[in-house]
Design a protein around this ligand. Structure first.
Ligand SMILES: Nc1ncnc2c1ncn2[C@@H]1O[C@H](COP(=O)(O)OP(=O)(O)OP(=O)(O)O)[C@@H](O)[C@H]1O
Length: 805
C-alpha cells in the first residue's frame, strides 16, 4: 500500500477522533447535568408537592402537581438515557472508530463517496455528513456483499445501482491504524486470518468487522416467517444469530425492543458465554432462556420433568440395563410426527368420550363428583373444541361452587369454627360490620329521602340487627375462606385430570390404537407403557414426555400464548423435536422464527433435520414462508482440524475449511489410566506454555468427567474446573466437561479424554465424538488406553499424527 495512502487514512482517523472527542466533551456536562437534575428532582419530589386533601379542589391541585412533577422527572430521565446512550456509543467508537471503507459511485451522481463503516453511526456537526456509517445501514451491506465493480444495495425506497470503486479494511487499535488492506474479494482473508488465529475467550466476540456474504444474508433477512440455517460446526451460526438480533433491533428500533426477542439456548452456561456480544455492539441483550426453563414453568410443581442432560446421560450410560431398548424406542417415538398426529387424533377421541376429571373435594367429601363433570362436559355441543367445552365447564363449576358455598354456611362445622375464632378475627369482622353499618346508614338516609319523594312506605328491611348480621358475616367469611382454594384450583383447571388423561394412553396396545387411530407402534410398546406409567406414578415425567404432556394439557385447557415476543431464535435447533417446535409456534403466535443448527451435531435421540425435504420445520409455516440457508464454511478450527473432523461424518464432504493452518490432530495411545492422566497433564502444561489459555478435557458423559477430574487432580492440577449441568459460567481455566455441555462453545485446545472404541463405538456416538472434536480452534488431542474408536480408525492416516511412544 502506498505510504501516502496510509498517511491520508491516519490523518482522517485523527480528524474523526478529534471530532469524537469534542462531541464527547460537549456531551459530558450535559449527561452529568441531566443525571444530577434527575437525582435532584427525585430527591426533592415530595418537597415540591404539598399534599392537601381537605377539599375537592385541594385534592385536585395535589393530584395535578404530583402528576406534573413525575412528568418532568420522566422527561429528564428519558433525556438522560438518550444522551447517555449517545455518549456511550461515542466512547465505544473512540479507540477504533471504523473497520471498513468502500468508495461507491452511485449511477447518475457526479461524485463517489467514501463510506466508512463502524459499530455505530457518527454524523458531523453539519448534521448531514456521515463520518461513520453504522454497519447495519443499507449502504453498509455493500461492504459485506460486493467486490469492487458493479454493485448495488437495497434501501426501503428501492435498489440503488452503481460502482464500487474500492474497498479497504482496517485494524485500528487505540486510535492507531495497525493494519490496512485493500480487498478485491468480499471481506478479505487477511483480517479474518488474524481474527481467527487469536485465542478463545470465556466470552464470545462480535464479528461485525468480518461478516461473510452468506452470513450477511441471514443477518439481514427480513422477509421469512421461518428462517432455517443449517450450518457446519464452527460456521458462525451463533455469531450470525447474535448479529441478526443487533440488526433487527437497529432496523426496527421504533417498534421492537430487546425484551421482545427471545433466544433459546442449549444450557445456562451457553447463555453466559454469549451474553456480552450485544452489549459490545451497544445493544441491550435479548431475553435468553432454555426450553427446560419453560417446561418447568408451565408444568408447575405438580410434576417433575427430567432434564435433557439426565436423559442423554441415561442414553449413554445405561446400555444393557433392563428396559433400555424400550426407553430408546420410546424417546424416538415420542419425538416423532406420528406421535404428534396420534395425539391430535386422541384429542378428537376425547371430544367424544374418555375425558377424566378430578372431583372437587371438600372436608373429605366430593362436593362435585367427576361423574357429574363428565356428564356436564359431554352435554355441551360436541362440535365445540375441547378447550371451549372446558371453559364452559369451568364457568359452570364456579357457579356451582357459589351456590354450594351459600348452602354450606348452615353446616354444623361452621358453627364449630365460629367458636374457635380468636379476638383478632372478631375485631376484624366488627370493623367490617361498622363500615357496613355506615354504608347502611347512608342507604337508609337515601331511602328515607326517596320515600319522602315518592311518598311511599318501605318495609322494615333497613333495620340493622347487629347480632344476626355478625353471625351471618362470620359464617359467610369462614365458608368463603375455605372455598377460596377450591375456586382458585378451578381457575387453574385442576379439575381436569391431565395426568390420568395422558396416562390412559399407555394402558396397552389395543387401547392406544383405539384412542389414536395409530397403526404402527414401536415393537416394545408394552414396556414403553410400563415405564411411562411408572414415572407418572412417581409424579415424574421423562424428558421425552414433557412436551407431549404439555401439548395434551393445552389441547384441553387452551393454549397459553405470549403475544409480546416478535422474534424467536432457537440455537442448536437440531436438538428439538417436532413437538417442541409446534409448541413454540403456539406459544409465540406473533413471532418470526430463526432456527440454527447442525444435524452433524445431533447428539440427542429426538433430533430434527433442519433441511431435509420432509423437515417438520418447513411444515411449521409452509414452504412459501420459509427460507433455508446452508453455511458450509467452517471458521472456528484450523484447516487440519476441520479436515480431520469432517472425515468422521459420512456426508461431511461438502463442508469446507477456512484456510488457516495449524498442527494436525495428535493421537496418543497409552497403557493404563494413570499413564494417560500423567500424559494429559503434561500436555496441558505444554499447551499452556505455548500460550493457550482455554483448554478443555472433553468426556463423553458426566460420570466420565468426574472420573477424569479426579484422576487429573490426583496428578496435582489445582487449576482444574469440573463443569456440570449446574455450572453457570466458564472461567478461564482448564475445564473438564461432558461433550453435551460443551455444545456451542469453543476452546483453544481440546483434549478428548477417551477416544476408544468402547466410548465411541456405536453409530449414535459418532456425532458425539464429532461434536467434541469440533470444539477445538487451534489444537486437538485424542487419547485412548485401548483400541481407537472405529470413527478414528477409519480416518486416512495423513489427517493426524501419532504421538511417539
Ligand atoms: N465472519 C466471521 N468473522 C470472524 N469470526 C467468525 C466469523 N464467523 C464465525 N466466526 C468465528 O468462528 C467461531 C465459530 O462461530 P460460532 O460459534 O458462531 O459457530 P457455530 O456455527 O454456532 O458453531 P457450532 O455449531 O459448532 O457451535 C467463533 O469463534 C466465531 O467468532
Amino acid at each position: 500500500m502506498a505510504a501516502n495512502d496510509w498517511q491520508q487514512e491516519q490523518e482522517r482517523l485523527r480528524r474523526v477522533r478529534n471530532k469524537l472527542q469534542a462531541r464527547i466533551a460537549e456531551l459530558e456536562p450535559e449527561v452529568a447535568g441531566l443525571r444530577d437534575q434527575a437525582t435532584d428532582i427525585r430527591r426533592r419530589f415530595w418537597e415540591e408537592v404539598t399534599i392537601n386533601t381537605s377539599t375537592q379542589e385541594d385534592f385536585e391541585e395535589t393530584f395535578y402537581t404530583i402528576n406534573q412533577q413525575s412528568a418532568v422527572l420522566a422527561e429528564r430521565e428519558r433525556g438522560h438515557k438518550l444522551l447517555t446512550q449517545q455518549w456511550k456509543s461515542l466512547n465505544r467508537l473512540l479507540p477504533s472508530p471504523y473497520f471498513g471503507r468502500i468508495d461507491f459511485h452511485e449511477d447518475g451522481l457526479d461524485l463517489s463517496e467514501p463510506i466508512y463503516i463502524g459499530v455505530s453511526s457518527f454524523i458531523d456537526e453539519d448534521g448531514l455528513s456521515f463520518l461513520i456509517y453504522d454497519w447495519r445501514t443499507p449502504i453498509a451491506s455493500l461492504y459485506y456483499d460486493c467486490s469492487p465493480g458493479l454493485a448495488s444495495y437495497v434501501t426501503p425506497a428501492g435498489r440503488i445501482e452503481g460502482t464500487m470503486e474500492f474497498k479497504r479494511q482496517f485494524q485500528i487499535q487505540d486510535g492507531q491504524i495497525r493494519n490496512m488492506f485493500d480487498a478485491s474479494e468480499t471481506i478479505g482473508d487477511e483480517i479474518l486470518q488474524q481474527v481467527l488465529g487469536k485465542g478463545a475467550d470465556s466470552q464470545m466476540k462480535s464479528i461485525v468487522a468480518t461478516i461473510q456474504k452468506e452470513q450477511n444474508a441471514i443477518i439481514r433477512d427480513d422477509k421469512s416467517q421461518m428462517l432455517i440455517v443449517q450450518g457446519a460446526a464452527g460456521s458462525g451460526k451463533t455469531s450470525v444469530a447474535l448479529q441478526r438480533v443487533a440488526y433487527l433491533l437497529y432496523k426496527h428500533r421504533q417498534t421492537i425492543h430487546a425484551d421482545q426477542i427471545v433466544l433459546f439456548s442449549p444450557n445456562p452456561m451457553f447463555s453466559s458465554y454469549i451474553s456480552t456480544v450485544l452489549p459490545e455492539l451497544g445493544e441491550e441483550n435479548m431475553q435468553q432462556t432454555t426450553f427446560q426453563e419453560y417446561l418447568d414453568y408451565w408444568l408447575g410443581s405438580s410434576l417433575k420433568p427430567e432434564d435433557p442432560f439426565d436423559q442423554i446421560e441415561y442414553v449413554l450410560t445405561a446400555q444393557g440395563t433392563p428396559g433400555y431398548d424400550a426407553r430408546l424406542q420410546g424417546i424416538e417415538y415420542k419425538a416423532s410426527d406420528a406421535f404428534l398426529q396420534a395425539l391430535q387424533n386422541y384429542g378428537l377421541w376425547l371430544g367424544r368420550e374418555g375425558m377424566r376429571f378430578n372431583p372437587i373435594r371438600f372436608r373429605d367429601r366430593d362436593l362435585i363428583t367427576a361423574e357429574r363433570m363428565k356428564a356436564k362436559f359431554y352435554g355441551y355441543d360436541p362440535s365445540l373444541p375441547l378447550f371451549n367445552r372446558i371453559a364452559l365447564l369451568q364457568e359452570w363449576l364456579l357457579k356451582e361452587l357459589a351456590s354450594l358455598e351459600r348452602l354450606e354456611r348452615e353446616a354444623p362445622w361452621v358453627q364449630e369454627e365460629m367458636n374457635y375464632l380468636d379476638t383478632e378475627q372478631y375485631e376484624e369482622i366488627f370493623g367490617k360490620l361498622h363500615k357496613e353499618k355506615e354504608l347502611l346508614d347512608l342507604a337508609e338516609h337515601y331511602a328515607v329521602v326517596r320515600e319522602k319523594l315518592n311518598n311511599k312506605l318501605r318495609g322494615d328491611e333497613g333495620d340493622f340487627d347487629f347480632a344476626q348480621r355478625e353471625e351471618d358475616l362470620l359464617r359467610r367469611r369462614i365458608v368463603k375462606e375455605s372455598f377460596t382454594p377450591l375456586r382458585k384450583s378451578v381457575k387453574k383447571f385442576s379439575f381436569v385430570d391431565v395426568k390420568g388423561i395422558y396416562g390412559q394412553l399407555f394402558v396397552n396396545e389395543a387401547a392406544y390404537r383405539e384412542k389414536t387411530d395409530e397403526s404402527v407402534l414401536p415393537p416394545l410398546w408394552a414396556e414403553i407403557c410400563r415405564q411411562t406409567k411408572e414415572a407418572l406414578r412417581r409424579n415424574e415425567l421423562f424428558y421425552e414426555d414433557a412436551t407431549p404432556y404439555l401439548y395434551v394439557k393445552e389441547l384441553i385447557e387452551g393454549v397459553r400464548t405470549n403475544t409480546e415476543i416478535r422474534y424467536v431464535f432457537v440455537d442448536e435447533g437440531q436438538d428439538y423435536s417436532s413437538f417442541q417446535y409446534e409448541y413454540l409456534k403456539k406459544l409465540f403466535p406473533r413471532a418470526r422464527m430463526t432456527v440454527l443448527g447442525d444435524l452433524g451435531q445431533a447428539i440427542f435421540t429426538q433430533a430434527t433435520s433442519l433441511d431435509a425435504a420432509d423437515s417438520p420445520l418447513v411444515r411449521l409455516f409452509g414452504e412459501s414462508e420459509t427460507s433455508l440457508v446452508r453455511l458450509l464454511r467452517s471458521y472456528r478450527s484450523t484447516q487440519e482440524i476441520v479436515e480431520f473432523t469432517i472425515s468422521m461424518l459420512p456426508d461431511g464432504g461438502e463442508i469446507a475449511p477456512f484456510e488457516r493452518r495449524g498442527h494436525k490432530p495428535l493421537l496418543t495411545r497409552l497403557h493404563g489410566r494413570e499413564k494417560r492422566a500423567a500424559q494429559i497433564r503434561a500436555d496441558i502444561e505444554a499447551l499452556r506454555a505455548e500460550g493457550f489459555n482455554s483448554i478443555a478435557v472433553i468426556t463423553k458423559t458426566a460420570a466420565e468427567s468426574r472420573e477424569a477430574y479426579e484422576s487429573l487432580r490426583i496428578q496435582g492440577d489445582e487449576a482444574l474446573q469440573l463443569i456440570t449441568k449446574e455450572t453457570l459460567g466458564f472461567e478461564k481455566r482448564v475445564m473438564v466437561v461432558p461433550v453435551y455441555l460443551a455444545k456451542g462453545v469453543e476452546f483453544d485446545a481440546v483434549l478428548v479424554y477417551d477416544a476408544s472404541s468402547e466410548a465411541y463405538g456405536r453409530d449414535n456416538e459418532r456425532k458425539l465424538l464429532y461434536t467434541a472434536c469440533t470444539r477445538a480452534m487451534h489444537r486437538l488431542h485424542l487419547y485412548t488406553t485401548g483400541d481407537w474408536s472405529p470413527f478414528v480408525q477409519a480416518l486416512p492416516a495423513n489427517l493426524y499424527e501419532n504421538a511417539p511412544h
